[in-house]
Design a protein around this ligand. Structure first.
Ligand SMILES: [Zn+2]
Ligand SMILES: [Zn+2]
Length: 398
């Protein structure tokens, strides 16, 4: 049943390119999952796509991950500067066409779409923090560099989640958003490295600077948290405590390297003194679905002297309340650091992570709990909210 549906589906998604008249803009007719109103579901629409302009790339996507951040956009916690917006920011595919002045990729290249662009020239990029690239300021603007849109739905210009819009079989993005990768990694696996995997892995490796022998607590085992667990494992942590109220998520955490699991931070707090001879955790990584002031306080209580708490989860933009143990922060020199994309450099870390996957260290196959046909994106999110998947994925190439 599902297979038949997906075959019909591919037929409908086939690239249509009409014969061009002199001076006419070529375009692609395809589909996209679009948000028209906060709080409503993603809606599948016909998408008309212009040809890439200067510094832009047309990508045929193989797959998109269903990341929690799109849910933040959908419910309005992370509002775009306007709607309609095409969702999706975790994709990989093949370069179909390049616009003028594109130099780093060419037609046929396999690419991961990085949820933060990396221009390579701004001060943050030059300073080795591509995750903070100045172009990232436009993630919620969602337009091309010249301020216009190549994406049109129902005759209106559409914006793109994280400048990508991977909830569509084709998209046009900035060259700064694509990272060329090796050809031998399946693209549906590579897609995961565009956001959740890199964010989680790097939260442990760079955000917390996990060292061999460390004790690491990971709060929240979703698509990002599971990768924070494996980042801690790859970095050599001795004890990895996975904390999540969902039993399913706790079981998943063990697959990625968790040595102990707890349903709550309070349970972990009780066990830590015995586990660590009173030293407590070296770091606590906050990768819950929505960060609250409460979870920040809990994480700070789990770490010991010189302990680091890394805040990777998003919070509603208006939320600014946190209660933290100030005396302990001072007396034990605890640190609380924010972390975007795990402080990773997409152009450096994405190819490196795929090497780790090929070498067998980084688990990607185990991450995707369920694959959905394109029209079932909303079901994928329903399952995520109900903790029935760690990572859902839509594949366009099936
Ligand atoms: Zn994401
Ligand atoms: Zn930059």
């Amino acid at each position: 049943m599902a297979e038949t549906a997906s075959l019909e589906h591919v037929a409908r998604l086939t690239l249509v390119q009409h014969d061009l008249l002199e001076g006419e803009e070529p375009n692609v007719k395809t589909q996209a999952a679009v948000l028209w109103e906060y709080g409503k579901d993603w809606q599948t629409e016909e998408l008309e796509l212009d040809d890439p302009k200067s510094g832009e790339v047309l990508v045929r996507l193989a797959a998109t991950g269903l990341c929690h951040s799109d849910e933040h956009v959908r419910i309005g916690d992370l509002p775009m500067e306007g709607l309609p917006t095409i969702g999706g920011h975790e994709g990989a595919g093949v370069v179909e066409r390049v616009g003028p002045d594109v130099t780093s990729v060419r037609e046929g290249d396999h690419v991961v779409l990085s949820f933060v662009p990396a221009c390579g020239r701004c001060l943050s990029c030059a300073n080795g923090h591509q995750n903070l690239c100045d172009e990232g300021a436009e993630l919620t603007v969602g337009l091309q560099r010249d301020g216009s849109s190549r994406h049109h739905v129902r005759g209106q210009d559409a914006r793109l989640m994280c400048l990508l819009g991977t909830f569509a079989p084709y998209t046009v993005v900035r060259e700064s958003s694509v990272v060329k990768i090796r050809d031998d990694v399946p693209l549906d696996k590579a897609a995961l490295v565009g956001c959740g995997v890199t964010t989680g892995w790097a939260t442990a490796v760079y955000g917390a600077g996990v060292s061999p022998g460390d004790t690491v607590a990971v709060l929240g085992i979703g698509g990002v948290g599971a990768n924070a667990v494996q980042g801690a494992r790859i970095a050599g942590a001795s004890r990895i405590l996975a904390i999540d109220p969902s039993e399913f998520n706790r079981e998943q955490a063990k697959v990625f390297g968790a040595t102990h699991t707890f349903a709550s931070a309070a349970e972990a707090l009780e066990a830590l003194p015995d586990l660590t001879w009173g030293r407590m955790a070296d770091s606590a990584l906050i990768t819950v679905g929505v960060a609250t002031g409460e979870v920040i306080g809990e994480a700070l209580s789990l770490v010991g002297k010189l302990g680091t708490v890394v805040l990777t989860s998003l919070s509603p933009v208006t939320d600014n309340q946190v209660v933290l143990p100030m005396f302990e922060v001072t007396a034990f020199q605890k640190r609380l650091v924010g972390c975007l994309f795990g402080d990773a450099n997409p152009r450096y870390d994405i190819p490196r992570l795929l090497d780790l996957y090929v070498g067998g260290d980084l688990l990607l196959d185990e991450l995707v709990t369920r694959t959905y046909p394109f029209e079932d994106i909303n079901q994928g999110y329903e399952d995520m909210r109900a903790h029935r998947n760690v990572r859902g994925m839509v594949r366009f190439d099936q």
